[in-house]
Design a protein around this ligand. Structure first.
Ligand code: SAH
Ligand code: SF4
Length: 412
Protein backbone atom coordinates (compact mmCIF):
# COMPACT_ATOMS: atom_id res chain seq x y z
CA UNK A 1 0.00 0.00 0.00
CA UNK A 2 2.89 2.33 0.58
CA UNK A 3 3.52 2.51 -3.13
CA UNK A 4 0.03 3.49 -4.09
CA UNK A 5 0.06 6.04 -1.27
CA UNK A 6 3.08 7.69 -2.85
CA UNK A 7 1.47 7.68 -6.27
CA UNK A 8 -1.71 9.14 -4.87
CA UNK A 9 0.02 11.85 -2.91
CA UNK A 10 2.09 12.87 -5.87
CA UNK A 11 -0.76 12.97 -8.32
CA UNK A 12 -3.82 14.33 -6.60
CA UNK A 13 -3.59 18.06 -7.09
CA UNK A 14 -5.90 18.99 -4.25
CA UNK A 15 -4.65 16.56 -1.66
CA UNK A 16 -4.27 18.48 1.56
CA UNK A 17 -1.91 15.84 2.87
CA UNK A 18 0.61 16.70 0.16
CA UNK A 19 3.27 18.00 2.44
CA UNK A 20 6.31 20.04 1.48
CA UNK A 21 9.11 17.97 0.09
CA UNK A 22 12.75 18.78 -0.15
CA UNK A 23 14.83 18.12 -3.26
CA UNK A 24 16.22 14.99 -1.69
CA UNK A 25 12.82 13.45 -1.09
CA UNK A 26 11.74 13.02 -4.68
CA UNK A 27 11.31 9.29 -5.09
CA UNK A 28 11.33 8.17 -8.73
CA UNK A 29 7.68 7.48 -9.26
CA UNK A 30 8.18 5.12 -12.20
CA UNK A 31 9.50 2.51 -9.83
CA UNK A 32 6.62 3.05 -7.44
CA UNK A 33 4.00 2.51 -10.06
CA UNK A 34 5.59 -0.57 -11.53
CA UNK A 35 5.05 -2.22 -8.16
CA UNK A 36 1.56 -0.81 -7.76
CA UNK A 37 -0.85 -3.13 -5.93
CA UNK A 38 -3.29 -4.91 -8.19
CA UNK A 39 -6.25 -3.17 -6.63
CA UNK A 40 -6.68 0.53 -5.90
CA UNK A 41 -7.81 1.52 -2.42
CA UNK A 42 -11.46 2.58 -2.20
CA UNK A 43 -12.47 6.22 -2.01
CA UNK A 44 -9.30 7.65 -3.55
CA UNK A 45 -9.25 9.18 -7.00
CA UNK A 46 -5.95 9.26 -8.80
CA UNK A 47 -5.17 12.26 -10.96
CA UNK A 48 -4.25 11.04 -14.43
CA UNK A 49 -2.40 14.23 -15.35
CA UNK A 50 1.33 13.59 -15.17
CA UNK A 51 1.24 9.79 -15.35
CA UNK A 52 3.54 8.36 -18.01
CA UNK A 53 2.06 5.78 -20.38
CA UNK A 54 3.39 2.81 -18.33
CA UNK A 55 2.11 4.42 -15.13
CA UNK A 56 -1.29 5.05 -16.69
CA UNK A 57 -1.44 1.46 -17.87
CA UNK A 58 -0.65 0.14 -14.39
CA UNK A 59 -3.21 2.45 -12.82
CA UNK A 60 -5.93 1.35 -15.28
CA UNK A 61 -5.19 -2.30 -14.62
CA UNK A 62 -5.26 -1.69 -10.87
CA UNK A 63 -8.70 -0.13 -11.35
CA UNK A 64 -9.97 -3.29 -13.04
CA UNK A 65 -9.17 -2.81 -16.74
CA UNK A 66 -8.39 -6.23 -18.26
CA UNK A 67 -4.68 -6.43 -19.08
CA UNK A 68 -5.38 -7.32 -22.68
CA UNK A 69 -7.29 -4.07 -23.22
CA UNK A 70 -4.97 -1.86 -21.21
CA UNK A 71 -2.74 -0.66 -24.04
CA UNK A 72 -5.69 0.35 -26.18
CA UNK A 73 -7.39 2.12 -23.27
CA UNK A 74 -4.21 4.04 -22.52
CA UNK A 75 -4.11 5.23 -26.14
CA UNK A 76 -7.75 6.31 -26.09
CA UNK A 77 -7.59 8.12 -22.76
CA UNK A 78 -4.24 9.71 -23.64
CA UNK A 79 -5.73 11.22 -26.76
CA UNK A 80 -8.73 12.61 -24.92
CA UNK A 81 -6.62 14.17 -22.20
CA UNK A 82 -3.61 15.42 -24.13
CA UNK A 83 -4.84 15.87 -27.68
CA UNK A 84 -8.37 17.11 -27.16
CA UNK A 85 -7.86 18.58 -23.68
CA UNK A 86 -10.95 16.84 -22.31
CA UNK A 87 -11.32 16.71 -18.50
CA UNK A 88 -14.63 14.92 -18.20
CA UNK A 89 -14.74 11.15 -18.62
CA UNK A 90 -18.35 11.38 -19.80
CA UNK A 91 -17.10 13.07 -23.00
CA UNK A 92 -14.83 10.15 -23.91
CA UNK A 93 -17.36 8.79 -26.35
CA UNK A 94 -15.29 5.98 -27.81
CA UNK A 95 -15.34 4.25 -24.40
CA UNK A 96 -18.30 2.20 -23.20
CA UNK A 97 -20.60 4.03 -20.79
CA UNK A 98 -19.96 1.74 -17.85
CA UNK A 99 -16.20 1.97 -18.40
CA UNK A 100 -16.47 5.78 -18.37
CA UNK A 101 -18.35 5.50 -15.08
CA UNK A 102 -15.62 3.27 -13.66
CA UNK A 103 -12.97 5.78 -14.71
CA UNK A 104 -14.87 8.67 -13.16
CA UNK A 105 -15.15 6.68 -9.94
CA UNK A 106 -11.43 5.89 -9.67
CA UNK A 107 -9.70 8.76 -11.45
CA UNK A 108 -9.76 12.47 -12.03
CA UNK A 109 -8.18 14.85 -14.53
CA UNK A 110 -7.13 17.89 -12.55
CA UNK A 111 -4.77 20.77 -13.29
CA UNK A 112 -3.18 23.17 -10.84
CA UNK A 113 -5.40 26.16 -10.07
CA UNK A 114 -5.05 29.32 -12.15
CA UNK A 115 -5.08 32.12 -9.57
CA UNK A 116 -4.53 35.14 -11.78
CA UNK A 117 -3.46 36.23 -15.23
CA UNK A 118 -1.73 39.45 -16.14
CA UNK A 119 -1.25 40.63 -19.71
CA UNK A 120 1.66 42.94 -20.51
CA UNK A 121 1.48 45.80 -23.01
CA UNK A 122 3.68 43.65 -25.27
CA UNK A 123 1.24 40.71 -25.14
CA UNK A 124 3.27 38.62 -22.67
CA UNK A 125 0.99 36.77 -20.27
CA UNK A 126 1.96 35.86 -16.75
CA UNK A 127 -0.01 33.27 -14.87
CA UNK A 128 0.05 32.77 -11.14
CA UNK A 129 -0.64 29.10 -10.53
CA UNK A 130 -1.45 27.45 -7.21
CA UNK A 131 -0.35 23.89 -6.57
CA UNK A 132 -1.06 21.41 -3.77
CA UNK A 133 -0.19 22.75 -0.35
CA UNK A 134 -1.19 26.30 -1.39
CA UNK A 135 2.18 27.07 -2.97
CA UNK A 136 2.41 29.26 -6.02
CA UNK A 137 4.55 29.29 -9.14
CA UNK A 138 4.60 31.54 -12.13
CA UNK A 139 4.30 30.68 -15.77
CA UNK A 140 5.00 33.13 -18.58
CA UNK A 141 3.71 33.04 -22.16
CA UNK A 142 5.67 35.07 -24.69
CA UNK A 143 4.03 35.50 -28.10
CA UNK A 144 6.35 36.30 -30.99
CA UNK A 145 6.04 36.46 -34.75
CA UNK A 146 5.29 32.90 -35.86
CA UNK A 147 5.83 31.28 -32.47
CA UNK A 148 4.81 31.34 -28.83
CA UNK A 149 7.10 30.35 -25.99
CA UNK A 150 5.87 29.12 -22.65
CA UNK A 151 8.31 29.53 -19.77
CA UNK A 152 7.46 27.01 -17.05
CA UNK A 153 8.66 26.37 -13.51
CA UNK A 154 10.05 23.14 -12.07
CA UNK A 155 10.37 24.05 -8.39
CA UNK A 156 8.83 26.44 -5.88
CA UNK A 157 11.88 28.56 -5.05
CA UNK A 158 15.39 27.23 -5.68
CA UNK A 159 18.15 25.64 -3.62
CA UNK A 160 20.74 27.67 -5.51
CA UNK A 161 21.51 31.27 -4.79
CA UNK A 162 22.65 32.96 -8.00
CA UNK A 163 23.28 36.53 -6.91
CA UNK A 164 21.54 38.19 -9.88
CA UNK A 165 18.35 36.08 -9.73
CA UNK A 166 15.38 36.98 -7.60
CA UNK A 167 14.07 33.41 -7.51
CA UNK A 168 17.41 32.53 -5.92
CA UNK A 169 16.59 34.64 -2.88
CA UNK A 170 13.59 32.39 -2.18
CA UNK A 171 14.43 29.12 -0.43
CA UNK A 172 13.32 25.89 -2.05
CA UNK A 173 9.84 25.08 -0.84
CA UNK A 174 9.35 21.91 -2.83
CA UNK A 175 9.78 20.19 -6.17
CA UNK A 176 6.85 20.17 -8.55
CA UNK A 177 5.35 16.84 -9.55
CA UNK A 178 5.26 15.75 -13.20
CA UNK A 179 1.52 16.53 -13.19
CA UNK A 180 2.13 20.05 -11.94
CA UNK A 181 4.73 20.62 -14.65
CA UNK A 182 2.59 19.27 -17.51
CA UNK A 183 -0.36 21.07 -15.92
CA UNK A 184 1.32 24.44 -16.59
CA UNK A 185 1.39 23.69 -20.32
CA UNK A 186 -2.24 22.53 -20.24
CA UNK A 187 -3.37 25.61 -18.32
CA UNK A 188 -1.76 27.89 -20.88
CA UNK A 189 -3.47 25.99 -23.71
CA UNK A 190 -6.77 26.37 -21.85
CA UNK A 191 -6.25 30.10 -21.49
CA UNK A 192 -5.26 30.54 -25.13
CA UNK A 193 -8.12 28.31 -26.32
CA UNK A 194 -5.66 26.05 -28.10
CA UNK A 195 -7.22 22.58 -27.77
CA UNK A 196 -8.76 21.43 -31.03
CA UNK A 197 -12.50 20.79 -31.02
CA UNK A 198 -13.22 17.05 -31.15
CA UNK A 199 -13.38 16.15 -34.83
CA UNK A 200 -11.08 18.97 -35.90
CA UNK A 201 -7.36 18.67 -36.49
CA UNK A 202 -4.84 20.65 -34.47
CA UNK A 203 -4.02 24.01 -36.08
CA UNK A 204 -0.77 24.26 -38.00
CA UNK A 205 0.27 27.50 -36.27
CA UNK A 206 0.60 26.61 -32.67
CA UNK A 207 0.12 29.24 -29.99
CA UNK A 208 2.32 27.34 -27.54
CA UNK A 209 4.94 26.23 -30.04
CA UNK A 210 7.92 26.12 -27.66
CA UNK A 211 8.42 25.30 -24.01
CA UNK A 212 11.40 26.50 -21.98
CA UNK A 213 12.23 25.30 -18.47
CA UNK A 214 13.44 28.75 -17.47
CA UNK A 215 10.93 29.73 -14.84
CA UNK A 216 11.39 29.16 -11.14
CA UNK A 217 13.79 26.46 -10.01
CA UNK A 218 16.67 24.30 -11.20
CA UNK A 219 15.14 21.58 -13.42
CA UNK A 220 18.06 19.20 -13.05
CA UNK A 221 17.43 19.09 -9.29
CA UNK A 222 13.96 17.75 -10.05
CA UNK A 223 15.07 15.48 -12.84
CA UNK A 224 12.58 12.61 -12.72
CA UNK A 225 9.49 14.79 -12.65
CA UNK A 226 10.87 17.05 -15.40
CA UNK A 227 11.76 14.03 -17.56
CA UNK A 228 8.34 12.45 -17.15
CA UNK A 229 6.55 15.74 -17.79
CA UNK A 230 8.55 16.50 -20.93
CA UNK A 231 7.97 12.94 -22.15
CA UNK A 232 4.24 13.63 -21.93
CA UNK A 233 4.52 17.02 -23.64
CA UNK A 234 6.52 15.47 -26.50
CA UNK A 235 4.31 12.41 -26.97
CA UNK A 236 3.15 12.43 -30.60
CA UNK A 237 -0.42 11.41 -29.81
CA UNK A 238 -1.00 14.23 -27.35
CA UNK A 239 0.42 17.72 -27.05
CA UNK A 240 3.12 16.59 -29.48
CA UNK A 241 5.75 19.30 -29.18
CA UNK A 242 8.91 18.17 -30.94
CA UNK A 243 12.02 17.70 -28.84
CA UNK A 244 13.72 20.60 -30.58
CA UNK A 245 10.95 22.87 -29.31
CA UNK A 246 11.72 22.19 -25.67
CA UNK A 247 14.69 23.77 -23.93
CA UNK A 248 15.92 22.92 -20.48
CA UNK A 249 18.05 25.57 -18.82
CA UNK A 250 20.47 24.61 -16.06
CA UNK A 251 22.88 26.55 -13.91
CA UNK A 252 25.34 23.67 -14.39
CA UNK A 253 24.40 20.56 -12.41
CA UNK A 254 27.21 18.65 -14.12
CA UNK A 255 26.37 15.04 -13.10
CA UNK A 256 22.82 15.33 -14.49
CA UNK A 257 23.60 17.02 -17.81
CA UNK A 258 24.20 13.85 -19.83
CA UNK A 259 20.82 12.49 -18.69
CA UNK A 260 19.20 15.48 -20.31
CA UNK A 261 20.37 14.11 -23.68
CA UNK A 262 19.84 10.42 -23.04
CA UNK A 263 16.59 10.48 -21.05
CA UNK A 264 14.79 13.59 -22.28
CA UNK A 265 16.40 14.48 -25.59
CA UNK A 266 15.43 18.14 -25.51
CA UNK A 267 17.56 21.20 -26.19
CA UNK A 268 20.03 22.29 -23.55
CA UNK A 269 20.77 25.80 -22.31
CA UNK A 270 23.52 26.58 -19.84
CA UNK A 271 23.47 29.59 -17.53
CA UNK A 272 27.10 30.43 -18.10
CA UNK A 273 27.29 34.13 -17.22
CA UNK A 274 31.04 34.49 -16.52
CA UNK A 275 34.39 33.66 -18.04
CA UNK A 276 36.52 33.21 -14.92
CA UNK A 277 35.89 30.97 -11.94
CA UNK A 278 36.37 33.95 -9.67
CA UNK A 279 33.42 35.83 -11.18
CA UNK A 280 31.28 32.73 -11.80
CA UNK A 281 31.71 31.70 -8.15
CA UNK A 282 30.06 35.00 -7.26
CA UNK A 283 27.29 34.92 -9.84
CA UNK A 284 26.44 31.21 -10.02
CA UNK A 285 27.68 29.69 -6.75
CA UNK A 286 27.18 26.12 -7.99
CA UNK A 287 30.45 26.91 -9.82
CA UNK A 288 32.26 26.28 -6.52
CA UNK A 289 31.11 22.68 -6.79
CA UNK A 290 31.50 22.22 -10.56
CA UNK A 291 33.76 24.88 -12.02
CA UNK A 292 34.02 26.16 -15.57
CA UNK A 293 36.42 23.42 -16.63
CA UNK A 294 34.25 20.62 -15.22
CA UNK A 295 31.21 22.12 -16.89
CA UNK A 296 32.88 22.56 -20.27
CA UNK A 297 34.36 19.05 -20.19
CA UNK A 298 30.85 17.67 -19.79
CA UNK A 299 29.49 19.91 -22.52
CA UNK A 300 32.15 18.76 -24.97
CA UNK A 301 30.76 15.25 -24.54
CA UNK A 302 27.18 16.40 -24.95
CA UNK A 303 26.84 16.74 -28.73
CA UNK A 304 27.76 13.10 -29.19
CA UNK A 305 24.92 12.11 -26.88
CA UNK A 306 22.39 14.48 -28.34
CA UNK A 307 23.06 14.17 -32.08
CA UNK A 308 25.24 17.24 -32.41
CA UNK A 309 22.74 19.90 -31.57
CA UNK A 310 23.87 23.36 -30.59
CA UNK A 311 24.01 24.18 -26.91
CA UNK A 312 22.72 27.60 -25.90
CA UNK A 313 24.99 29.53 -23.57
CA UNK A 314 22.97 32.07 -21.61
CA UNK A 315 24.94 35.09 -20.56
CA UNK A 316 23.34 37.79 -18.41
CA UNK A 317 24.81 41.23 -19.10
CA UNK A 318 25.82 42.90 -15.83
CA UNK A 319 27.35 46.35 -16.00
CA UNK A 320 31.04 46.35 -15.11
CA UNK A 321 30.92 42.74 -13.85
CA UNK A 322 31.10 40.38 -16.84
CA UNK A 323 30.57 42.58 -19.91
CA UNK A 324 34.05 43.65 -21.07
CA UNK A 325 35.59 42.96 -24.47
CA UNK A 326 38.09 40.72 -22.67
CA UNK A 327 35.16 38.68 -21.30
CA UNK A 328 33.73 38.26 -24.79
CA UNK A 329 37.10 37.08 -26.14
CA UNK A 330 37.61 34.69 -23.22
CA UNK A 331 34.12 33.33 -23.75
CA UNK A 332 34.71 32.37 -27.38
CA UNK A 333 38.03 30.80 -26.45
CA UNK A 334 36.48 28.76 -23.67
CA UNK A 335 33.69 27.31 -25.78
CA UNK A 336 35.86 26.66 -28.85
CA UNK A 337 34.87 23.33 -30.38
CA UNK A 338 31.42 23.18 -28.82
CA UNK A 339 28.52 23.68 -31.27
CA UNK A 340 26.94 26.68 -29.56
CA UNK A 341 24.96 29.84 -29.73
CA UNK A 342 25.27 32.56 -27.13
CA UNK A 343 22.11 34.15 -25.88
CA UNK A 344 22.85 37.52 -24.29
CA UNK A 345 20.29 38.45 -21.65
CA UNK A 346 20.13 42.11 -20.60
CA UNK A 347 19.93 41.95 -16.80
CA UNK A 348 16.41 42.43 -15.47
CA UNK A 349 16.49 44.44 -12.31
CA UNK A 350 14.43 43.60 -9.27
CA UNK A 351 13.96 45.59 -6.04
CA UNK A 352 17.22 45.50 -4.11
CA UNK A 353 19.18 43.75 -6.87
CA UNK A 354 22.91 44.30 -6.48
CA UNK A 355 23.59 44.76 -10.23
CA UNK A 356 22.76 47.04 -13.11
CA UNK A 357 22.01 46.20 -16.72
CA UNK A 358 24.91 46.78 -19.11
CA UNK A 359 24.47 49.72 -21.47
CA UNK A 360 23.01 48.86 -24.85
CA UNK A 361 26.18 49.85 -26.75
CA UNK A 362 28.22 47.56 -24.46
CA UNK A 363 25.87 44.65 -25.10
CA UNK A 364 26.09 45.22 -28.84
CA UNK A 365 29.91 45.44 -28.76
CA UNK A 366 30.02 42.20 -26.77
CA UNK A 367 27.62 40.51 -29.20
CA UNK A 368 29.74 41.69 -32.12
CA UNK A 369 32.92 40.04 -30.85
CA UNK A 370 31.09 36.75 -30.40
CA UNK A 371 29.41 37.00 -33.78
CA UNK A 372 32.71 37.69 -35.53
CA UNK A 373 34.15 34.59 -33.86
CA UNK A 374 31.50 32.57 -35.70
CA UNK A 375 28.74 32.16 -33.12
CA UNK A 376 25.16 33.37 -33.29
CA UNK A 377 24.79 35.93 -30.51
CA UNK A 378 21.15 37.03 -30.25
CA UNK A 379 20.28 39.57 -27.59
CA UNK A 380 17.18 38.48 -25.72
CA UNK A 381 14.59 41.26 -25.79
CA UNK A 382 13.23 41.71 -22.28
CA UNK A 383 9.53 40.82 -22.38
CA UNK A 384 6.75 41.53 -19.93
CA UNK A 385 8.84 43.82 -17.73
CA UNK A 386 5.78 45.91 -16.84
CA UNK A 387 4.22 42.86 -15.15
CA UNK A 388 7.53 41.59 -13.68
CA UNK A 389 7.48 38.59 -15.99
CA UNK A 390 10.99 38.89 -17.39
CA UNK A 391 13.77 36.37 -16.67
CA UNK A 392 14.80 36.32 -13.05
CA UNK A 393 11.96 38.56 -11.83
CA UNK A 394 9.54 35.81 -10.97
CA UNK A 395 9.83 35.66 -7.24
CA UNK A 396 8.93 39.27 -6.61
CA UNK A 397 5.63 39.02 -8.43
CA UNK A 398 4.54 36.10 -6.28
CA UNK A 399 5.43 37.90 -3.13
CA UNK A 400 3.73 41.08 -4.22
CA UNK A 401 0.61 39.11 -5.08
CA UNK A 402 0.68 37.51 -1.64
CA UNK A 403 0.90 40.90 0.03
CA UNK A 404 -1.95 42.52 -1.86
CA UNK A 405 -4.30 39.59 -2.25
CA UNK A 406 -6.06 38.29 0.84
CA UNK A 407 -5.23 34.66 1.47
CA UNK A 408 -8.52 32.79 0.85
CA UNK A 409 -7.55 30.24 3.47
CA UNK A 410 -7.54 33.02 6.06
CA UNK A 411 -11.01 34.23 5.10
CA UNK A 412 -14.00 33.46 7.31
N1 SAH B 1 17.59 27.43 -12.84
C1 SAH B 1 17.76 27.38 -14.22
C2 SAH B 1 16.55 27.85 -15.00
C3 SAH B 1 15.81 29.05 -14.47
S1 SAH B 1 16.62 30.59 -14.64
C4 SAH B 1 18.99 28.17 -14.62
O1 SAH B 1 19.55 28.84 -13.78
O2 SAH B 1 19.41 28.05 -15.77
C5 SAH B 1 16.40 30.97 -16.37
C6 SAH B 1 17.42 31.97 -16.92
O3 SAH B 1 17.17 33.29 -16.42
C7 SAH B 1 18.84 31.62 -16.52
O4 SAH B 1 19.73 31.75 -17.59
C8 SAH B 1 19.12 32.65 -15.47
O5 SAH B 1 20.49 32.81 -15.30
C9 SAH B 1 18.41 33.85 -16.02
N2 SAH B 1 18.19 34.92 -15.04
C10 SAH B 1 17.99 34.79 -13.71
N3 SAH B 1 17.84 36.01 -13.14
C11 SAH B 1 17.94 36.92 -14.13
C12 SAH B 1 17.85 38.35 -14.15
N4 SAH B 1 17.59 39.05 -13.06
N5 SAH B 1 17.98 38.96 -15.34
C13 SAH B 1 18.20 38.24 -16.48
N6 SAH B 1 18.28 36.91 -16.50
C14 SAH B 1 18.17 36.23 -15.34
FE1 SF4 C 1 18.01 29.00 -9.26
FE2 SF4 C 1 18.37 29.39 -11.90
FE3 SF4 C 1 17.80 31.46 -10.28
FE4 SF4 C 1 20.20 30.27 -10.14
S1 SF4 C 1 19.33 31.41 -11.91
S2 SF4 C 1 18.90 30.85 -8.39
S3 SF4 C 1 19.64 28.15 -10.52
S4 SF4 C 1 16.47 29.72 -10.73
Amino acid sequence: MAYIAILTLRQIACDKASTERSATMTAPITQDVLTIPRKLPEGVRINLVGLTRPQLRDALIAAGTPEKQAKMRVGQIWQWVYYWGVRDFARMTNLAKDYRALLADRFEIVLPELVSRQISADGTRKYLVRIAGGHEVEVVYIPEEGRGTLCISSQVGCTLTCSFCHTGTQKLVRNLTAGEIVGQVMLARDDLGEWPEPGEGAGADRLVSNVVLMGMGEPLYNFDAVRDAMGIVMDGEGIALGRRRITLSTSGVVPEIARCATEIGCQLAISFHATTDEVRDQLVPINKRWNIKALLDTLREYPRLSNSERITFEYVMLKGVNDSDADARRLVKLIAGIPAKINLIPFNEWPGSPYERSDWERIEAFADIIYKAGYASPIRTPRGEDIMAACGQLKSATERARKTRPDPRAMP
